[in-house]
Write a protein that binds this ligand. Structure first.
Ligand code: C5P
Ligand code: MG
Length: 295
């Protein structure tokens, strides 16, 4: 039994939570608890990780979908949805390798961004687009942000979505604290607030290993945070903390939101903990609460 008996997290016993090597996971959590919040950092994906895949049975918007749902002409929405319907099944196909998916993902993001450029998006439209959208933070997300902030635990939100939408969503539905840092595809605006493109290198769902964040000061400045919790819903998310330094303990938590039957074994072979079809952050909150010493 090793250290298993010393750690009790009722949420990990739920039937939709899969832990292939329970003893190892309990040892990692115990180590993180012993080291305390000062040694902890969290790296989380945004779409379908901090946000819901479904809410009461209906599929929720991703960052890109927020731009598509309202505010711009119907024609844009139809064209964007047609692109999404072609590429989303490729993104989530458990029978294709990441290498096979990458060219399709580059095509998806490129086509979607090129299409968006043809329509008159402005900075001032973002507030209403987010307010009117079906995008939702997971239940318990605000508690999660509050707790990490109260315990001074750095949170990197690393997303292939749209940075401006992430910041607006968090501002409207929760709090963007100073321990939080967002790396994503940021919109570029001219002096009149008209969108003129995206800034920097394109981030798609499978190139998070290549991001400049890994070579930046971000992880170097956190080299004392030797314990890393990584949360994602895509196998590409597993590379998000590649730049982290001096890592002593790493816990990977995967949200499996769709094609559960087909993908469960694959996800179990890659993530330490796999959470299936859950609209909340209950499991992550329970783990963070234990590590930070609160309930
Ligand atoms: O935050 P995250 O990295 O998860 O954001 C990427 C997600 O956005 C992908 O999983 C993809 O399904 C979605 N996406 C979208 N429309 C696009 C491009 C990506 O809904 N045009
Ligand atoms: Mg995601």
């Amino acid at each position: 039994m090793g250290t298993i008996s010393q750690i009790q997290i009722e949420e990990l016993e739920r039937s939709h939570v899969h832990i292939p090597d329970r003893e190892r996971v309990m040892d990692i959590i115990k180590q993180m608890k012993d080291d305390g919040p000062d040694k902890l950092q969290v790296v989380a994906d945004f779409d379908r990780t901090l946000t819901k895949f479904t809410h009461r049975g209906s599929v929720c918007a991703t960052c890109h979908n927020v731009l598509e749902e309202s505010g711009l002409p119907k024609e844009y929405k139809e064209k964007a949805y047609a692109i999404r319907d072609k590429y989303f099944p490729i993104e989530t196909d458990p029978n294709l390798s990441i290498e096979e998916k990458i060219p399709h993902m580059i095509e998806w993001w490129t086509q979607a961004h090129d299409l968006l450029m043809k329509y008159p998006l402005s900075k001032e439209m973002l507030y209403n687009m987010v307010a009117n959208s079906s995008a939702k933070l997971r239940d318990g997300c605000t508690k999660f942000f509050d707790k990490l902030h109260a315990s001074d635990v750095p949170l990197l939100i690393f997303s292939a979505g749209v940075g401006d939408i992430i910041c607006e969503m968090i501002a409207q539905h929760s709090t963007m604290y100073d321990n939080m840092h967002v790396v994503s595809n940021d919109l570029d605006f001219d002096d009149n607030g008209k969108m003129i493109g995206f800034k920097g290198e394109l981030i798609h769902v499978f190139n998070k290993n290549e991001s400049a964040i890994h070579d930046s000061d971000y992880f170097t400045n956190l080299s004392h945070c030797t314990n890393v919790i990584l949360m994602g819903d895509s196998l590409g998310d597993l590379q998000m903390a590649n730049g982290a330094e001096n890592v002593k303990a790493k816990l990977t938590i995967g949200f499996l939101n769709t094609r559960v039957k087909d993908s469960l074994e694959l996800y179990k072979s890659k993530f330490d903990i796999v959470i299936c079809e859950d609209e909340s952050l209950d499991i992550c909150n329970a783990i963070v609460n234990l590590i930070t010493g609160s309930s």
